[in-house]
Design a protein around this ligand. Structure first.
Ligand code: NAD
Length: 477
């Protein structure tokens, strides 16, 4: 684990708001030049990005450690690997994604031929969050570059070391008119959102998603919104509890619970509740405190990003306990280091903040059900989640859950891993987002699917439909 202090770097300065407009105009010019960019040009940009990442992995690990003590192996798995894997997948398939697709001709259009061209949308804006600050900034950039779009990037001010490193990386690889990073506070985002980008790719909270959508409406800019919400995990009567508990503990507490697709709350079959809690505790011990020295000493457990989120989470905990929740595990908090122990809560009621707000931290409420219909009804009473997890071997119940609920993605008998699947469209629905990311879906997000129809010279099979409209036209219609 890279425990050494972060190397001395320029401090993150407020961006020069005046330069935003100038850079944007240059990006619009680049967008015109890149409209017909070749496979070789796009591949070269992606390859340069991959090379820099591979050569500077230590810097990436150190920045994430600086920001919230993210363990090195977690950085490798959840920040570096997803991006390099996305680049490898894109380089392998880009040729076929870019190739215009021929479409079949209906009888009424005989004599024509149709194709779909994948045109780069143009200048793009990527606004990213702090929780996977490298992955969720550079991942969308891979899609933008694959589609042939220049990009302006606004990373989060809450992960300054990583945001700073991303700016250094981009400056080392790209010209300012190709890809530019603007650091700074929310004001910088607001300035950027005034501009008429051709596409905005936003990852963050539903509340800010609404601000982005309103700003985009002003210019009719297309958007991809990757948002959050409360992702449930159902643990059915038929579940293998030992298997489920290991997967849930990792999925919930990796990145200290600050993961958009972390299981936000558990819905466990009433008969399995006590055994599940026991299994969850076993895995907490095994993963984070194998020597019984206290989880605080674990090098494998990250910290909360900063004071605002630390206070928010402590507030949820105090609120739940004061309203009668049982503290089944954890509960310890240390303000000076933003440490919150992995915490399990049961006896949850509907007045508690942990029941109503996206938790986005290491607190796991456990609710129960006796019939699968109750679990489905509870999920459907809330905004549509980003992910839904079902643990169990009852195929009727899992089918019912898939068909009777709505969520961005569903995973059966695991959690979180779907993020790493290059061929699975990743994203939310309504409150958890719109549009899809990753692989081909990411390429399409930054591409305009332009229908092109070619008529055979001299042929016009609709002459009978021209005025003066007579009996022939009526016959055809
Ligand atoms: P956030 O919405 O507070 O901030 C995201 C970005 O928006 C940051 O760069 C920030 O500077 C900017 N921003 C904040 N307020 C703004 C405003 N008023 N106007 C313009 N820009 C503004 O989100 P966050 O706290 O960084 O991240 C946590 C949220 O992101 C959670 O809801 C989580 O579920 C969600 N998330 C979703 C995904 C996904 O892939 N769907 C991934 C990670 C996080």
């Amino acid at each position: 684990h890279p425990i050494q202090p972060f190397p001395q770097m320029e401090t993150t300065t407020q961006s020069d708001i005046a330069s935003i407009q100038k850079v944007f105009l240059n990006h619009q010019e680049t967008a015109l030049k890149w409209r017909s960019s070749t496979l070789e040009e796009r591949s070269a940009r992606l390859t340069k990005l991959r090379t820099w990442i591979k050569e500077n992995q230590d810097l990436i690990r150190t920045a994430l450690w600086e920001d919230f003590k993210k363990p090195g192996p977690e950085v490798d798995l959840s920040e570096i690997f997803p991006v390099t894997s996305e680049i490898n997948h894109t380089l392998k398939h880009l040729k076929s994604w870019m190739k215009p697709k021929s479409i079949s001709t209906p009888l009424s259009m005989i004599g024509t031929s149709g194709q779909v061209y994948f045109e780069p949308k143009g200048s793009s804006l990527i606004i990213s969050p702090w929780n996977f600050p490298f992955n969720l900034t550079v991942g969308p950039l891979v899609s933008a570059l694959a589609a042939g779009c220049p990009a302006i990037i606004k990373p989060s001010e809450l992960s300054p070391a990583t945001s700073d490193l991303i700016q250094k990386m981009i400056r080392a690889i790209f010209q300012e008119e190709e890809v530019t990073v603007f650091l700074g506070e929310v004001e910088v985002s607001k300035e950027l959102l005034k501009l008429s980008f051709d596409h905005i790719f936003f990852t963050g909270s539903p509340a800010v998603g609404k601000i982005v959508m309103k700003a985009a409406a002003e210019h009719l800019t297309s958007i991809t919104l990757e948002l959050g919400g409360k992702s449930p995990a159902i643990i059915d009567e038929s579940a293998d509890l030992n298997d489920a508990a290991g997967k849930l503990i990792w999925g919930k507490f990796v990145n200290c619970g600050q993961t958009c697709i972390a299981p936000d709350y558990l819905l466990v079959h009433e008969f399995q509740k006590d055994r599940l809690i026991m299994e969850l505790k076993v895995f907490l011990q095994k993963f984070y405190d194998p020597k019984f020295e206290g989880i605080e000493k674990s090098p494998d457990y990250a910290r909360i990003i900063g004071p605002r989120h630390f206070k928010r989470l402590c507030g949820y905990l105090a609120d739940a306990v004061s309203k009668g929740a049982s503290l089944d595990f954890g509960g310890k908090t240390v303000e000076s280091t933003f440490y919150i122990e992995p915490t399990l809560l049961s006896n949850i009621n509907k007045d508690m903040e942990v029941f109503n707000e996206e938790i986005f931290g290491p607190i796991l409420p456990i609710l129960t059900f006796t019939k699968i219909e109750e679990a489905i009804a509870l999920i459907n009473s809330k905004p549509k989640p980003l992910a839904l997890y079902y643990f169990g071997n009852d195929t009727q119940n899992s089918k019912k859950v898939i068909e009777e609920t709505s969520s961005g993605n569903v995973v059966l008998n695991d959690c979180i891993i779907h993020f790493l699947h290059n061929n699975l469209p990743f994203g939310g629905v309504n409150n958890s987002g719109m549009g899809k990311a990753h692989g081909h879906a990411g390429f399409l997000a930054f591409s305009h699917e332009k229908g092109v129809l070619k008529q055979r010279v001299g042929l016009n099979n609709v002459t009978m439909l021209r005025p003066p409209y007579g009996i022939q036209a009526k016959k055809i219609i």
